[in-house]
Design a protein around this ligand. Structure first.
Ligand code: NAP
Length: 248
């Protein structure tokens, strides 16, 4: 099950955290993985080395999502070189947190540009090769915060809720072409993004998780592997919660 041999997969933000775990998991199932990065080129190259060290295939490609034209050009070039793109995991994201009265316009714009516009631009860039192949898998990495909201995260929550609407719309538009589009909504996952949160916020978050622990990047990667697989061929427009019960 979940054999991805012969498939080409792109993971934005594959250099660290959930994206890194996803790149490793997709490669383990046999996919050739394009490990996207914005600034962490060395980390992305380490992911490639780790995949190759286990007998897999991968490459690192700069995909700076705040520059949609450059990102689209890079993805088009990946499709040209490989002759196909089977899987897109639109994972890259940032959070700039502030109560709304203190939220700066430039921070709101930055979060929406990277998390929402950037992810949508990536999806648009892979549609043509997927339509030519009459199939494909697009997976947006949203967040529990996009479903439940969170004080201090209006920009981030709006970007992540926007991805859910985008996923369902693109799913409807391209279902007839064999392309499925789904979203994963992780809960509190141990990565760089959450590492810097103050102890009291971590403790309060933990209290709200029925499974009583934070999640691991590999647990999100496992859900993404499923959605990327042939076995998930009848799943589209779905929001898959992987959050320890934090939001039901
Ligand atoms: P992370 O450890 O902070 O890693 C973020 C990744 O996104 C990095 O690979 C980074 O690449 C990339 N990235 C950041 N800005 C970018 C830009 N402008 N263009 C392209 N790539 C960019 O984050 P994470 O925790 O793994 O989160 C991954 C995704 O899961 C995000 O969308 C996040 O919102 C979502 N999520 C995370 C959690 C959680 O608890 N951790 C929960 C729910 C949802 P560089 O290092 O190369 O800059």
């Amino acid at each position: 099950m979940f054999d991805l041999n012969g498939k080409v997969a792109i993971v934005t933000g594959g250099s660290r955290g959930i994206g890194r775990a996803t790149a490793l998991a997709l490669a383990e199932r046999g996919a050739h993985v394009v490990v996207g990065f914005a600034t962490s080129e060395a980390a992305a190259r380490e992911v490639v080395t780790e995949i190759e060290g286990s007998g897999g295939r991968a490459e690192a490609v700069r995909l700076e999502l705040s520059d949609p034209a450059a990102t689209t050009a890079a993805l088009t070039e990946v499709a040209r070189r490989h002759g196909r793109v089977d899987i897109l995991v639109a994972n890259a994201g940032i959070s700039i947190d502030a109560l709304l009265l203190r939220l700066k316009d430039e921070d709101l714009d930055r979060v929406l540009a990277v998390n929402l516009r950037g992810a949508i631009a990536c999806a648009r860039a892979v549609l043509k090769p997927m339509m030519r192949a009459r199939g494909g898998r697009i997976i947006f990495v949203s967040s529990v915060v996009g479903e439940a909201g969170n004080a201090g995260q209006t920009a981030y929550a709006a970007s992540k809720a926007g991805l859910l609407g985008a996923a369902k719309s693109v799913a409807r538009e391209y279902a007839s072409r064999g392309i499925t589009v789904n979203a994963v909504t992780p809960g509190f996952i141990e990565t760089d993004m959450t590492a810097s949160l103050p102890g009291e916020i971590r403790e309060a978050s933990l209290q709200g998780i029925p499974l009583g622990r934070f999640g691991a990047p590999a647990e999100i990667a496992a859900a993404i592997v499923f959605l990327a697989s042939d076995e998930a061929g009848y799943v589209t427009g779905h929001v898959l919660r992987v959050n320890g019960g934090m939001y039901m």
